[in-house]
Design a protein around this ligand. Structure first.
Ligand SMILES: [Fe+2]
Length: 197
């Protein structure tokens, strides 16, 4: 099975000034594309050759196959929710859950951004919901680690921010907090809601 690179839902120039066309060019056309090319090469003649991307992530152990497969999935999830004309608020049920946990949408964003600047190195910051209770939480995962890597895991990802330097360094240099503030301007809650349902 060929692991495909999903097309972007937006024109690469259209997220500026939050995310520039140059950043999208490097991030999508170079980094994301490289992960897709790598995983397609790595699985040839292996037990993973005919598996879906999710199955590869869940059945591989730490190493190049897991890292590249998980990076493809994480980037698919990140780019899918970006839009030049985003829905800027979640719908009632999701919003109610956010308010119950963090008090307000703005406060949730503050807590999310705090998590996203708290780690050292390369990682992803996620809003997740519990499979059984529908409770929400914010987590960080290092390197390529993804909430879907363990099928027993009850964490369902709803949204992710890429906090690897390649996601923001061209536009923001070391000002990661500014990238995080502007991330919300292009995050489409319509996609997050669909995942929540
Ligand atoms: Fe990335």
């Amino acid at each position: 099975m060929i692991i495909e690179l999903p097309k972007l839902n937006f024109d690469p120039k259209s997220l500026a000034p939050a995310i520039s066309a140059e950043t999208i060019d490097y991030h999508y056309n170079k980094h994301h594309t490289m992960y897709v090319e790598n995983i397609n090469k790595l699985i040839v003649w292996t037990e993973f050759e005919n598996l879906s991307l999710e199955e590869i992530i869940q059945k591989s152990s730490a190493g190049p196959i897991f890292n590249n497969a998980a990076q493809v999935w994480n980037h698919n999830f990140y780019f899918e929710a970006l839009s030049p004309k985003p829905e800027i608020m979640p719908n009632l049920i999701l919003l109610e859950n956010i308010i119950e946990k963090w008090g307000s949408l703005d406060n949730f964003k503050v807590e999310f951004n705090k998590m996203a600047i708290s780690n050292f190195g390369s990682w992803w910051t996620w809003l997740i919901k519990d499979k059984n209770s529908w409770k929400l939480d914010i987590i960080n995962t290092s390197n390529a680690i993804t909430p879907i890597s363990n099928p027993e895991n009850s964490q369902i990802p709803l949204l992710v921010c890429d906090v690897w330097e390649h996601a923001y360094y061209i536009d923001y240099r070391n000002k990661r907090a500014k990238y995080l503030d502007n991330f919300w301007k292009v995050l489409d809650w319509k996609i997050v809601e669909r995942r929540f349902k």
